[in-house]
Design a protein around this ligand. Structure first.
Ligand code: DGJ
Length: 740
């Protein structure tokens, strides 16, 4: 890996064995974009890729000059990377190359989550300074390339070197000009309980974007998009990924202009955002993470999985096996007491489950969702012996103990609100909008962050707590803080999310042994930024196995499997009323951080025995499930949408587990095969079906010893028509492969 600078050509070439990213100082000192894609030879200039006769910098306005950090108002009419209002009210910038330096490693982004290196030689960073001498403004562009990842991490810092304030109206983390627009935009979109559904639409002239204005990244769109060629599949074709390490309002947008080029950008959503930049002050954007694959979406996801797992997640839990949990939410909701919880924990322990999570309702006077958020003292009416006593009893069973918190919120009916009504977000002259009968605390105020740190530290230090589920159950309204002057209110939502990060940072550092899980009514804030604090997230409140296939498939486009919490719940399912076999519920949840969300004391002995087997199976293969290479095989969003398949394969290819889900039963189907990927083509594998309750077990699938070449080229024979006809809906089958 290296960053080459050719002074003669005025060209930077960021290169490793997988990718090249080429940037060039154009004749007028604008910073031009030359190339992003598969690795190109070093020691050469690629400047001719920007056709000078076309991009003549003459008076031909509107020409699509490919730029690294474009601004509007002087002939570039596409979506800008940066918009600044200067002190005279004008908004035109002319950013020209001034200097650069190349440094080992990677600098952190102040106050924001960022990817990192452990040793300097792992990555190199190019810092380019652009400046507008009239505006007296500098922009520092940062580009990091890792030694062995097809990834470029970008961010920008805006520096006011003048003597008067300016207003940032928009500052993207990255902007990428592509020479053609023959791409499809893939987004992960949805709503509560159906997060991260894969949408794929061809780019067309004009702008196509996904964004959030909700104060959180949101369940509606994830801050992660992909551009894929029309022919790109999971296993072949070009794809460019663009993720944003940010948990607040974001935009990810593509624009096709009349010459047919495309511009892609991501960053803080300029809608509702502004930032007053005083003399000498600097504004840092969040990081954008670009990745490239010439071999399909699977390889692109693999790059993100590895980066996020290895260099975004931090702390003692990064590399540790994640425990199998049981969470009491769907088992009890708010209706519990200590004996009930201990009965669940005891039954769970007997089935091999390792950690008991006490969800919402353990604090204040909270018996429903109308009260007590903010009052982080144990509810003695429900738990008269306190949290410590319960946690110790759970530990005495041989399990670990975890709790649910929702730090950023306050109920109108709470002691905290009575004491500090002004800590709540809202505009003093207007009523505040309630959501789930709660308000949001103003995290831009340091005293609010300090208070939460203090009270939550007290809770986390008061009992043997090994795990925290950090929830966030409403979006933001009336964005305003009385602590900010009128002209700074546009800063509020960003300042708020910086406060959220501050609290996360302080708590995770103060309690390094605790495993944090992020949550926002399920996947309402499942984004790359959160992974810097919470190694895993609750991907959706929807625990139905069939819905989860789609949600986990979509989430896995960007996020590693060991960041996706997935629980088996009771039937009929609480979100959709569907009845699925217990085996299928587990067969979906295995491909995540596995757990349960049900009342085992209400289950039959047979079901409990099946769960005991499931837990043992997961533990046996935990390393493979949590850290294997995850490959999507058959999409629930394509074809007849009545089946899906995916697999995980060990780094060395010696073991793998594939899952096939027959979502709806087909009448009289023909013989079907499923081609696997990622195996060792020279190895022979023992292939066994993993049996469990509710499945048609033990049906022979041909020879039990099959070659990796055959499994990948010809495939596994899935099932016979006899089985399929009588098997019913929602069936699943797991194939365990072990190389001989
Ligand atoms: C929303 C979460 O996603 C659920 O899992 C649960 O923790 C509830 N909140 C509790 O209020």
């Amino acid at each position: 890996m290296a960053i080459e600078w050719s002074a003669e050509a005025g060209e930077f070439h960021l290169r490793n064995d997988l990718i090249s990213y080429v940037v060039r100082v154009l004749e007028n000192d604008w910073l031009g974009h030359v190339y992003f894609g598969s690795a190109l030879a070093e020691g050469k200039s690629y400047g001719h890729l920007i056709p000078q006769e076309f991009f003549g910098f003459s008076n031909r306005l509107g020409e699509p000059v490919p730029l690294e950090y474009p601004s509007g108002g002087s002939g570039d009419y596409r979506i800008p990377a940066v918009s600044i209002e200067l002190s005279d009210g004008s908004g035109v910038l002319d950013l020209r190359y001034k200097s650069h330096r190349i440094v080992q490693g990677k600098p952190a982004t102040p106050g924001l989550p960022s990817t990192y290196v452990e040793v300097g030689g792992e990555a190199e960073t190019l810092e380019v300074i652009l400046a507008d001498d009239i505006a007296r403004l500098q922009v520092q562009l940062l580009y990091t390339i890792y030694r062995d990842r097809p990834v470029i991490v970008r961010s920008a810092r805006i520096i006011n070197s003048g003597s008067v304030s300016v207003i940032i109206r928009g500052a993207m983390s990255a902007s990428l000009d592509l020479p053609d627009s023959d791409w499809q935009l893939i987004s992960l979109s949805g709503e509560w309980a159906r997060e991260c559904h894969v949408e794929r639409l061809a780019l067309r002239p004009g702008r196509q974007s996904v964004s959030s204005t909700r104060g959180a990244s949101g369940a509606q769109h994830n801050p992660f998009v992909v551009l894929a060629r029309p022919e790109t599949t999971e296993a072949s074709g070009e794809a460019i990924g663009l993720g944003l390490a940010y948990s607040g309002n974001f935009v990810a947008e593509a624009e096709v202009e009349p010459f047919g080029t495309a511009r892609l950008r991501t960053g803080i959503n300029p809608d509702g955002f502004s930032w007053v930049l005083e003399p000498d002050a600097e504004f840092a954007t969040p990081e954008a993470i670009l990745a490239y694959s010439a071999a399909g979406l699977g390889e692109l996801s693999d790059a993100y999985h590895r980066l996020f797992r290895e260099r975004m997640v931090r702390g003692s839990w990064r590399d540790r096996a994640r425990p199998v949990v049981i969470n009491n939410w769907e088992a009890t909701y708010f209706d519990f007491d200590e004996p009930k919880l201990l009965a669940i924990a005891t039954a769970a322990k007997e089935m091999g489950i390792e950690l008991f999570v006490l969800d919402d309702g353990w604090f204040g006077r909270r018996n429903d969702d109308t009260t007590s958020l903010g009052d982080w003292q144990v509810n003695l009416a429900k738990l008269p012996d306190g949290l410590d006593s319960l946690a110790r009893k759970v530990e005495a069973l041989g399990m670990r103990f975890g709790i649910w918190i929702e730090p950023e919120m306050v109920s109108r009916s709470s002691d905290l609100f009575a004491e500090h009504p002004d800590w709540t977000i809202g505009i003093p002259s207007r009523p505040r909008t309630e959501g789930r009968t709660q308000y949001v605390l103003d995290m831009s105020r340091p005293e609010v962050v300090d208070h939460l740190f203090e009270v939550l530290s007290k809770v986390l230090g008061s009992a043997p707590i090994s795990y925290v589920k950090w929830d966030m159950n409403r979006t933001l309204t009336e964005p305003f803080s009385p602590t900010l002057p009128a002209w700074r209110q546009g800063e509020f939502l960003h300042r708020h999310i910086l406060g959220v990060y501050k609290l996360y940072d302080r708590l995770t550092k103060a309690f390094p042994g605790i495993l944090f899980e992020s949550c926002a009514s399920g996947g309402g804030r499942f984004d790359p930024g959160m992974l810097a604090f919470a190694p895993q997230g609750w991907a959706s409140d929807d625990t139905d196995a069939i819905e989860r296939i789609k949600i986990q498939w979509g989430t896995s486009m960007a996020y590693p499997i060991n960041s996706i919490s997935a629980h088996v719940s009771a039937v009929p399912n609480h979100q959709v009323g569907r009845i699925t076999p217990l085996a299928t519920r587990a067969a979906v949840a295995y491909f995540g951080v596995f757990g349960y969300e049900l009342d085992p004391t209400a289950m039959s002995a047979e079901e409990r025995a099946a769960i005991t087997d499931q837990v043992a199976f997961y533990k046996q293969w935990r390393e493979l499930f949590q850290r294997g290479r995850f490959l999507r095989l058959r999409s629930p969003f394509e074809g007849d949408r009545d089946e899906a398949a995916w697999m995980t394969v060990a780094e060395d290819g010696r073991s793998a587990i594939a899952a096939h889900y027959q979502i709806l039963s087909r009448p009289n189907p023909g013989p079907k095969r499923l081609r696997l990927r990622g195996l060792d083509g020279t190895a022979s594998y023992r292939v066994s079906i993993w049996p469990s309750v509710g499945d048609s077990d033990g049906v022979p699938i041909g020879p039990a010893i099959l070659g990796g070449d055959e499994l990948m080229a010809a495939g596994i024979v899935l099932e016979s028509s006899r089985e399929s006809a009588g098997g019913g809906d929602f069936r699943s089958r797991l194939y365990v492969l072990e190389a001989l």
